[in-house]
Design a protein around this ligand. Structure first.
Ligand SMILES: [Zn+2]
Length: 478
């Protein structure tokens, strides 16, 4: 099907771009063809930028994390789908941008570990605390730190957590649970988390803690863990899915059932589990290989595994916002949305699946921005948890690593290189700073160079949350 996933979605994307152009204070030259004039801003921007700076507090915060979405991943997605002079209708619409550092800590000495994973980075933005790779909202000493979702809930706000991965995966897990290492997802996987075992008086696995934390909305994959049986505690002998039902969750397992949900609250929180593991990617294509860069350029295809009964991240985001936003409630909401498989397909050296997830994630960002622009009192932050492997290199070349050449929306070849692992092995994260972008009350706090842990305070302050929270620990003083 070489009509390509891109052309199928281009029409709606163009509509999105035009709407954005009208709503944005930025003059954007959307050049899908090489016209020579590719400027993105018309004249001096001082007044435009000033008008985008608004002080908090915000009623709502929507945080969208593109897992592994470094600058090169964003550029790859933009080039392929909208052309080099085009723009991503969601991510590129956020007016205030900065960069943040993402390093973790080496547990042997507390000094920087320059390449983070999603667990340590998530603990950073979720709790304001630097920690070691693998840690789920615990610090170097194993102490739990309250998360932005827990604090928001405690303050009476509604809360939601959405991912295209298993909801037990590190990024969603850091908001709802505290375990020594990210693999402790279910009762059968607790070997490395002795202190968290229910048998030892602990709070249990990530799945069990998710049910106890009880956000109003949790959407993603990971059904295989809910099929396990609790080994101790009040629900011993019961599957975790039966436990969810017993505890009052409204469980849905396909897109149609999600669409029909009208409300979610503490009486009946919404739990959507749409796949045994991670949700399938929306697009697919040939992997990068040692000679792929010099082979004929390809276009990406829709992935038949992403069937109509699996909701898109945009559909999950829209539904989460719909049920969390209650104009009659005194308080607002906190929502996190993760585009997880940008990272997972970067690991796999699959450029089409990777950039398709980035384009799809951007639709969720656009949905969040549409809501925030209507609402007028919502802080939207878009960032990544860490950098990743993929790089745009000279067209048609091969490298010592893996490459693949794609035909972009410009009709030009774009060669993507993966160079952090050999063929057949998982490509690795990288330690670069990544983009953070904001819109709405408090968004000025993302400008310049910050650290991932600063995002916790940006969100907490925007929501006016009282901080009953341990302090971060930086042994070198910061
Ligand atoms: Zn990863």
């Amino acid at each position: 099907m070489r009509t390509s996933a891109r052309r199928i979605t281009l029409a709606s994307a163009l509509v999105g771009t035009l709407v954005l152009g009208a709503a944005s204070s930025y003059a954007v030259t959307s050049g899908l063809t090489g016209t020579g004039d590719a400027t993105r801003h018309d004249g001096d921007q001082t007044r435009q930028v000033r008008s985008e700076i608004r002080q908090g507090p915000a009623r709502n915060v929507i945080l969208l994390i593109g897992d592994g979405m470094g600058d090169s991943e964003i550029t790859i997605a933009r080039n392929y789908q909208y052309g080099a002079a085009g723009e991503l209708p969601g991510i590129d619409a956020l007016p205030l941008t900065g960069q943040y550092t993402t390093y973790a800590l080496d547990p042997s000495n507390g000094l920087p570990d320059y390449v983070t994973d999603s667990a340590a980075s998530g603990t950073g933005w979720a709790t304001g605390t630097k920690t070691y790779n693998g840690a789920i909202s615990v610090d170097l000493d194993g102490n739990s730190h309250a998360t932005i979702l827990e604090l928001a809930k405690k303050a009476g706000l509604r809360t939601g957590n959405v991912s295209t991965a298993e909801i037990q995966d590190a990024t969603p897990a850091v908001l709802m649970s505290h375990v020594a290492t990210r693999g402790c997802k279910s009762p059968s996987g607790m070997d490395a988390c002795e202190a968290q075992k229910i048998e030892n008086g602990g709070p249990g696995s990530i799945t069990e803690q998710t049910l106890a934390t009880r956000p109003d909305v949790v959407l993603g994959g990971g059904a295989r863990y809910f099929a396990e049986t609790a080994t101790a505690g009040e629900y011993a002998g019961m599957t975790l899915m039966d436990q969810a039902t017993e505890r009052g969750f409204n469980v849905v397992t396909d897109a149609a059932a999600l669409e029909s949900v009208q409300a979610a609250d503490q009486d009946a929180p919404l739990l959507g589990v749409f796949a045994p593991s991670h949700l399938p990617t929306v697009w697919n294509g040939p992997l990068a290989t040692p000679t792929g860069g010099s082979e004929p350029a390809v276009t990406c295809e829709e992935n038949p595994a992403h069937t109509a009964d699996i909701p898109t991240v945009e559909a999950m985001t829209t539904k989460a916002i719909d049920v969390l936003d209650d104009r009659h409630a005194r308080k607002g909401f906190f929502l996190q949305v993760e585009g997880a498989s940008i990272d997972k397909q970067d690991h796999a050296a699959n450029p089409c699946a990777q950039l398709g997830e980035n384009v799809d994630f951007d639709h969720a960002v656009r949905a969040a921005m549409d809501f925030a622009e209507r609402d007028g009192n919502t802080l939207v932050v878009v960032s990544a948890d860490h950098g990743h492997t993929s790089q745009i290199v000279y067209p048609g070349i091969t490298t010592p690593g893996l490459t693949r050449t794609l035909t972009t929306a410009d009709g030009q070849p774009m060669t993507i290189a993966y160079g952090t692992a050999a063929q057949g092995h998982s490509q690795t994260h990288t330690g670069t700073q990544v983009r953070i972008a904001g819109y709405g009350p408090g968004a000025a706090n993302v400008v310049g160079l910050t650290d991932q842990t600063d995002l916790f305070f940006t969100m907490k302050n925007a929501l006016g949350l009282d901080k009953k929270h341990g302090h971060g620990w930086w042994p070198w003083g910061r």
